[in-house]
Structure formats: C-alpha cells, structure tokens
Design a binder for this molecule. Structure first.
Ligand code: ACO
Length: 426
C-alpha cells in the first residue's frame, strides 16, 4: 500500500497510485479518477497540480534549491556559459567541446533576420511595448520560415533559428524604436557579446565590449534559463499541446511572461523603486501599503509561488549587482533603496509570516539598468533567457509518448437549464 492512497467516497474505497520523482517528490496519479469515481479535482491556479513529469529542472521551494538537469544553478552561473546551459537544457547533458563549437557555428549561420521583417518593426506604433512586438514577431517567423519536411528537421532547425534570431530581433526592435541604424550580428562575437554589440554599437561610437559585462549578461541569462512549470512555460506546453508550431507556442510563452506578476515584475520593481525615490526614499510607506489588505499594492520582486525561502537566483543576482556597479563605478540610488527595503521587509512580521523573500526580479532590473538596457526591455531580456527552457519543455512534451491535448475541466456554477425567452416577453 506504500505506493497507493485510498480515497473513500460515498461509502466506496478507491485506490489511487502514487508517482515518485527522482528527488522523492510524491504525487497522486488522478488520471483515472473521473472514470472510476465521477469526481474531478479542483485547484485554482494549479498550486497543487502536477501537469507532467519532467527531467529538466528540479526546484525545492522550501530549501531554496534550483538545478538544471541535476546541476545546481550556482555552479552553472560560476562555470558555464549561457550557450553551454542552453545545450544542457535542450539535450539533457553537457556538450563535448566539438558539440559546443558546432552549436556556435549553427547559431552564427542562423543569426540574421529576414530583411522584410524590418518593415513590420518600422510599422509598430512608437509606444508599442517590446514584449508585444517580440511576441508578434516570433509568431510571424513561421510565415518567413515555413514548415520543414520532417519533425526532426523541424525541431533541430527551428530551435536553432529561434535561439539565434531572438537576440537579433530584440536588438533590432530597440534600434528601430530609437530611429537608429540596425546593427547586424557579427560571427566573431559570442552570444552575449554579440547581443550587447547589436544593442549599443553605433556608426559614430563603436561599442567597447567589456568581458565583465558579457559575463554578467551570461549569468543573467543562465539564471533565467528554466524554472520548471511556471506560468509562461505552462502556456508554452498548453498551447503546444494542440500541436501548433513551435513559433506560435513560444509566442504564447512570451505573452504570458509579460504580466507584472510573472516576468514583467523586473520592470515593475524598477518602477516601484523609482516611485519610492520620488517619495523621498520612503520605503517604509511601500511596506505598509503592501501589508494593507485594502490596498492592491504588492511589493514587486517579493514572493514566489514555489519559493518559501530565499530564491537562490536572487542571491546570485544581488552579488552580481554589486560587482557590476563597482566595475562600472556606478552608484545607483535605486540599489540603496532596494537594499534598505529588503532589510526592512525581511524583519517585518507580515513578510515573515507569509514567507515573502526577494525573487530574481528584485535585483535583476538594477543589473540591466547598469548595462544600459532600457526599462521597457527588461522583460524581453528575461524572455531571451527563458527561451531554452521553453524549448526544452516543449520538446519534452512533444517526445512524450503520453502526449495529450491540454484540456482542464471545471465545476460549473452558472444557472441551471433555463428556457429561452423571446425578446418581446422579457
Ligand atoms: N507583497 C505583499 N503581499 C504579498 C506579496 C507581495 N509581493 N506576495 C504575496 N503576498 C500575499 C498576498 O496578498 C496573499 O495574502 P492573503 O492570503 O492574505 O490574501 C498571500 O501573500 C499569498 O499571495 P498569492 O498571490 O495567493 O500567492 P501566490 O503564490 O499566487 O503569489 C506571486 C506569487 C504572484 C509571485 C506574488 O508573491 C506576487 O504577486 N509577488 C509580486 C510580483 C512578483 O514579484 N512577481 C515575480 C515572481 S517571480 C517570476 O515569476 C519571475
């Protein structure tokens, strides 16, 4: 009976199997529950629902653990590159030297974006948010690169195209939004350096590539690369489950990430810190507002659905923040406010009781600001980082022999059968 649970309903006992993960996590398999009992489960926000089994990312929210394919994210941040982490997530193992080189060559070969796409960019209204543009443009890629012959080709080539082109597209949208000449990708530059160059190089002022900033960007992207079944990843899996093409599934993931409760929080944190700065640095007022149940204000960059301890990524990001600012000799008043705010919140009974700790977004915006990335591009930076995770999760779902169309059920609470009343009798 160790691997089963008993459910007693209307006097009858049903046995439901237990599924155990490699780290000892346990789930009740309820896939036959409705057939056996007529019951479904109800779990708003899926807080206690496992939508799949997955061998990609392990996280333990109580202990603050995050590992990609078994490797702690801290080790990857210290020793790996973003591209190596991309390979690890998508292929399941670290690459040999030659495999990594081949991947760089493929990325270079696929880094250009169809010239006609520039026309789309130029026609978005000036005030468009870069996340809306990115989501639309990624979806539009299917029209430029139609379906390939085999599913293997489709997976390999589309994945490479997406990963390589997304940074070109993001930088291109920034350049066009400023009315500047687009900078093309350079084959001699690595992934992160290439992105920074496409963003900031101009014909009048060549961009000096700083290896410390390149490393910081690599770490930023490694820390964002996957986070198991979060909102945007679940969106990619759900949309992908209808067997839509990968571009469309990723486009849905980008749209889901945009929200301020999810990836959009990195932009919201900077906006919140700026408001506090404009309020004379009064961070205590923000804490009081966050605690007030009559006020919808939340401390942005605090709290997480899964982490009930310090987000391990936030620790690394905080250290990196200090390092980048010291290197660039920048003193950012928002960082001072962030640190004071964090210290006060962590001592506050409300935040202690609710287990609210800083999440990755709390310090990431300050790092991006220091690099010169504009605030409205922060979530795009997150999206580029999360892309390998979305792709790895999508690929895992496509390869799953138990692949099913995602389709939750509901408990209906509307009117019972009601006859139609002709308009003249209402
Ligand atoms: N400030 C104040 N109170 C908060 C906060 C916060 N940041 N986060 C949660 N709470 C409170 C809620 O008011 C709620 O209180 P109640 O039970 O008395 O009504 C309780 O904690 C639980 O909150 P939920 O929203 O139900 O918990 P959930 O697990 O859904 O929340 C979330 C997770 C959405 C991230 C939340 O903590 C939040 O809104 N944080 C701010 C936005 C943010 O930083 N998002 C980025 C998350 S990381 C990422 O996606 C990349």
């Amino acid at each position: 009976m160790k691997d089963k649970v008993k459910l007693i309903f209307e006097g009858k006992t049903y046995e439901l199997p237990i599924v155990t993960g490699s780290e000892g996590e346990k789930a009740i398999d309820i896939s036959n529950l409705r057939q056996k009992t007529g019951l479904i489960t109800l779990d708003p926000g899926y807080a206690n629902t496992g939508s799949c089994t997955s061998s990609i990312t392990f996280m333990d929210g109580e202990k603050g653990i995050l590992r990609y394919r078994g490797i702690p994210v801290k080790q990857l941040a210290e020793h790996s590159s973003f591209i190596e982490t991309v390979y690890l997530l998508i292929n399941g193992v670290l690459p040999a030297k030659e495999e990594l080189n081949n991947m760089s060559v493929l990325f270079n070969d696929n880094s250009l974006v169809h010239e006609d796409m520039q026309i789309f960019y130029q026609n978005f209204p000036r005030a468009s948010h870069p996340m809306g543009i990115l989501s639309s443009m990624v979806n539009a890629l299917r029209s430029f690169y139609p379906e390939l012959e085999t599913i293997e080709e489709e997976i390999n080539i589309t994945v490479t195209r997406l990963l390589s082109k997304v940074r070109t597209m993001a930088a291109m949208s920034y350049k066009i939004s400023r009315g500047h000449k687009v900078v093309y990708p350079r084959p001699d530059l690595k992934y992160s350096a290439n992105f920074l160059n496409m963003m900031f190089d101009t014909p009048v002022r060549p961009y000096p590539i700083d290896e410390d900033l390149v490393k910081a960007l690599d770490v930023f992207w490694i820390l964002h690369a996957d986070h198991e079944q979060n909102c945007s990843t679940s969106a990619v899996r759900l949309v992908g489950s209808g067997r839509v093409n990968l571009y469309a599934a990723i486009s849905a993931g980008i749209a889901a990430l945009w929200g301020p409760l999810h990836g959009g929080a990195n932009q919201a944190v900077i906006e919140m810190l700026t408001d506090i700065q404009n309020d004379g640095g009064n961070y205590r007022r923000a804490i009081e507002r966050a605690k007030d149940k009559n006020d919808s204000f939340r401390l942005m960059g605090f709290g997480h659905r899964v982490y009930k301890a310090y987000d391990p990524r936030a620790k690394i990001m905080k250290k990196m923040c200090d390092k980048v600012l010291a290197k660039l000799k920048i003193s950012d008043p928002l960082l001072d406010i962030a640190k004071e705010l964090e210290e006060a919140a962590l001592k506050d009974d409300y935040f202690i009781e609710y287990n609210l700790y800083p999440n990755i977004d709390f310090y990431s915006g300050i790092v991006l600001r220091a690099m010169g990335i504009p605030t409205n591009m922060f979530t795009v930076m997150f999206a580029i980082g999360r892309l390998p995770g979305w792709i790895a999760q999508w690929k895992e779902s496509v390869d799953d022999p138990k692949w099913k169309l995602g389709r939750p059920r509901q408990i209906y609470t509307g009117p019972i059968k009601t006859d139609y009343i002709p308009i003249e009798q209402r």
